[in-house]
Write a protein that binds this ligand. Structure first.
Ligand code: AMP
Length: 177
């Protein structure tokens, strides 16, 4: 493994039974708090984007809330813009909403309706689990007239097979469990 991947993997903390029993939460706050590791993580995401998303997307779409941190830093590194996808009621202008299923019940995400019109987008989040959140974000982008060129994650929980919900677009993750 690339030494840099070993370095960032070591900064991800496992928190058992959060937010509920049986979930092993991958806590990226130690990675964010360590300057050299955070920079290395963005270096690796940028290299991966240059390899996988050709031509580079027009814009990066980050999912609230950890997707904002990695997505905005990556957008800056690539010299691209950033669009936030937020929980309902947070965005100030006209929004489009997409509901998605959770283990129990449903949740929803919103995007400004004019945010990605005619733009090629890469969707960014910290972690891909079942894929419901990223798939809902892809539907939002498409309903707002954007094109989904792919997905970029720091972590993928491969055993949950979330990428099967994301179609035949490139799905990239730095660290796979
Ligand atoms: P999913 O829709 O199941 O792919 O869940 C992805 C979203 O939930 C992402 O925004 C993650 O930040 C969060 N998430 C899901 N499972 C975990 C986990 N085990 N550790 C940390 N975050 C998680």
């Amino acid at each position: 493994m690339d030494n840099r991947l070993t370095e960032i993997t070591a900064r991800i903390r496992d928190v058992p039974d959060f937010p509920k029993p049986g979930i092993l939460f991958k806590d990226v706050t130690p990675l964010l708090a360590h300057g050299p590791s955070f920079r290395t993580c963005i270096d690796l995401l940028a290299e991966q984007a240059e390899r996988s998303f050709r031509p580079l997307p027009d814009i990066l779409v980050g999912i609230e809330s950890r997707g904002f941190i990695f997505g905005a830093a990556l957008a800056d590194r690539l010299g691209r813009g950033f669009v936030p996808v937020r929980k309902p009621g947070k965005l100030p202008y006209k929004t489009t909403r997409e509901n998605y299923a959770l283990e129990y019940g449903t949740d929803a995400l919103e995007m400004h309706e004019d945010a990605v019109t005619d733009l090629r987008c890469v969707i960014v989040d910290d972690l891909l689990a079942t894929g419901g959140t990223a798939a809902a974000t892809a539907r939002l982008v498409e309903r707002c007239g954007g094109k989904v060129s792919g997905f970029a994650f720091v972590i993928e929980l491969s055993f949950l097979i979330g990428r099967s919900k994301l179609g035949d677009r490139p799905v990239e993750a730095l660290i796979k469990y």
